[in-house]
Design a protein around this ligand. Structure first.
Ligand code: DAH
Length: 338
């Protein structure tokens, strides 16, 4: 019995259905209700030994499906003759537009430019992990255990802090922990910058996002002073914003620097009533002796300065963009412009 099925399958596969008449013939011959050969096979099922019936039934069903599919395909091909008559592809026609070339993201461009300026001043580039432990992100930087920055409101915790509030795993909230890692690994003199991504649990708006970029700077040696810090930042601002840049230092506070300052630059803006405004671009200060102690550097012998600047703000200013979110949406229409 099964041989019959097999023979019929080969026959069906070999059939050529080149016209509507042939299709009709095929249907009657194999699937016809009265004399169709597959229909016949179904009728013979009662002659098959009981234990073979199931296998036989499956085979015949598969055969029926095959015949139906062949018929359908043939009919579809017959219905669409126009397609077959179409001329071959015209190779002389112009193409459909070249593949678009990528461009460097404006944040990356800004980061690279800041990095190049500091490299010219003799800084080397350091990197640290974006997933950081509480000790590097806060404790070693002299944040007291109850400092508000450790709060869940600002910090993304990967592992929540233990009871003592100190040991947790976080997405780094600033690039300052790279200072700690570099000082743990190297003896002064140290002169590095650390560009990278940082994360904060902030409400997303046109001016803040849950991730952004910073460039950290650190110089530790014998006899480093606040005057050195002012000089390097002034040279940086001239290189980045232009020779004529106006900048000012304002006293401020950070746990890891003493004294601390924030630096503003004057941004000309003819639409503004004052003709422009002071915009904060970075925080800085002299490395707090507690921080040096945390990494076993003798604060009696060494002093250092540190600074940390955001990258998004200068990029917004430079490119005249007024919404920070466009940096992260990866909209090609935006990115193509750079
Ligand atoms: N880490 C600070 C922040 O994210 C910025 C900063 C301020 C970095 C002062 C420094 C510094 O190195 O000295 O707001």
């Amino acid at each position: 019995m099964l041989e019959n099925v097999e023979a019929l399958r080969r026959e069906i596969e070999a059939e050529e259905i080149g016209s509507e008449a042939a299709a009709e013939e095929f249907r009657v011959k194999y699937l016809g209700r009265k004399q169709g050969q597959i229909t016949d096979l179904f009728k013979q099922i009662s002659n098959v030994a009981l234990e073979d019936r199931k296998a036989f039934g499956q085979e015949v069903n598969a055969l029926k499906t095959l015949a139906e599919e062949r018929l359908e395909a043939a009919e579809a091909a017959l219905r669409a003759p126009a397609q077959q008559e179409r001329p071959a592809i015209d190779l002389t026609l112009p193409g459909r537009g070249a593949a678009t070339a990528g461009s460097v993201h404006p944040i990356t461009q800004t980061l690279e430019e800041i990095t190049r300026i500091f490299e010219r001043f003799g800084f080397s580039v350091a990197e640290g992990p974006e997933i950081e432990d509480d000790w590097h992100n806060f404790t070693a930087l002299n944040f007291p255990p109850d400092h508000p920055a450790r709060d869940m409101q600002d910090t993304f915790f990967i592992e929540p802090p233990k009871e003592d509030g100190l040991r947790g795993i976080v997405l780094r909230t600033h690039t300052s922990p790279v200072q700690i890692r570099v000082m743990q690994q190297t003896e002064p003199p140290i002169r590095v910058i650390a560009p990278g991504r940082v994360y904060r649990n902030e409400a997303i708006s046109y001016k803040s996002f849950c991730l952004f970029h910073q460039v950290e700077g650190l110089y530790v040696d014998e006899g480093v002073t606040f005057a050195d810090l002012k000089q390097v930042l002034h040279l940086f601002a001239q290189a980045f914003f232009g020779e004529e840049v106006r900048m000012r230092f304002r006293p401020s506070f950070f746990p890891f620097t003493e004294p601390s300052a924030e630096v503003d630059i004057w941004w000309h803006n003819p639409d503004h009533p004052d003709g422009g405004q002071w915009l904060e671009i970075l925080g800085c200060g002299m490395v707090d002796p507690h921080v040096l102690e945390a990494v076993d550097i003798d604060p009696e012998r060494y002093t250092g300065y540190a600074f940390g600047m955001g990258v998004e703000r200068p990029a917004l200013l430079r490119y005249g963009i007024d919404d920070i979110r466009v940096f992260y949406e990866n909209d090609v229409r935006f990115l193509e412009q750079f």
